[in-house]
Design a protein around this ligand. Structure first.
Ligand code: ATP
Ligand code: MG
Length: 288
């Protein structure tokens, strides 16, 4: 079932000034309920501009965003509805933490939804537990948390709104490798546990490969590719021309195949590679 649809979205910044730029150029695609979609593209390709359209923060110059088939910009009510159904977590969301305690920060969204106190409390605690924040941390100032914890607190704030679509802009950006892994695992677990639709923006192919099932590639404001991870990664040459690289491990496997190995072309993560190599050698690879 289609939950979200972008229909011929065009958006320009600086209209009527010498700095006018077309950030999005006739973008169309659909998102099915339960999809785990990654939006990738080089810097300035329009990723952040696009996702800000999904909860009516930006309005398209032309085209429509449909949520369950209804234009979210039809009225103020429909825009408000979209903001509750579609949770948007900005890049570096920890900069938006501002309350005196982590608890208050996570409850900000649910409070704006007008939920009652018990429901808010339940949601805050569930979301905090999910992202691995303890009760003691909830009473701390957000500024006393580590970078990774702050990031997780900010994400919990969006999760606590229980949006039907969770959209995150570069959720792992700027974290150390352990922090990155933790966030990506969390996103995967969230998706598995709730079955909800998740969209992440990233320019790391490795990150995308480890969580996403479908990929939308943006290039200079245009939708250049849209398909499953296999479909998109099989177009390595075109991706390279857009300044994007397929994961390192996929490249290594492709090089090995040139030397007579017969390894899977759809190996995108080190974990998959480990499994594949063990099986390969177990079977008795030619010449081994
Ligand atoms: N507020 C703004 N005013 C003017 N131009 C903008 C504004 N925000 C973005 N742009 C321009 O619009 C284009 C798309 O930017 P956008 O931030 O959506 O790209 P992005 O893919 O998210 O990039 P990044 O990977 O660096 O986050 C770029 O050319 C950018 O310079
Ligand atoms: Mg961006």
């Amino acid at each position: 079932m289609t939950i979200l649809e972008a229909k011929n979205i065009t958006y320009k910044y600086g209209v009527g000034t010498p700095f006018q730029i077309t950030a999005l150029d006739d973008i169309s695609f659909t998102v099915e309920k339960g999809d785990m979609l990654a939006i990738i593209g080089h810097t300035g390709s329009g990723k952040s501009t696009l996702i800000q359209h999904f909860n009516a923060l930006l309005k398209p110059a032309s085209g429509q965003i449909l949520l369950y088939g209804k234009d979210i910009n039809e009225s103020r009510d429909s825009a408000r509805y979209a903001r509750f159904k579609i949770g948007l977590c900005f890049q570096y969301p920890e900069y938006q933490l501002f309350e005196s305690t982590v608890y208050k920060d996570i409850s900000f969204g649910p409070m704006n939804m007008g939920l009652d106190k018990n429901e808010i409390d339940k949601r805050v605690r569930t979301a905090a537990e999910f992202v691995g924040l303890t009760d003691a941390m909830l009473q701390k100032s957000p500024f006393d948390l580590s970078g990774g914890e702050k990031r997780r607190a900010a994400i919990a704030g969006v999760m606590a709104m229980e949006p039907e679509i969770l959209i995150m802009d570069e959720p792992a950006a700027g974290l150390d490798p352990r922090g990155r892994r933790k966030i990506l695992e969390l996103i995967k677990a969230y998706r598995e546990k709730t079955g909800r639709t998740v969209i992440i923006v990233s320019h790391s192919m490795e990150d995308v490969a480890s969580v996403a099932e479908k990929i939308l590639v943006l290039n200079h404001g245009k939708a250049a590719m849209y398909g499953t991870v296999d479909e998109v990664f099989s177009r390595a040459e075109e991706l390279r021309e857009m300044g994007l690289n397929i994961p390192q491990i996929t490249k290594i496997f492709s090089e090995l195949n040139k030397y007579g190995f017969n390894l899977s072309k759809s190996t995108y993560t080190v974990k998959q590679a480990e499994k594949e190599l063990l099986e390969y050698f177990h079977k008795g690879a030619p010449g081994v």
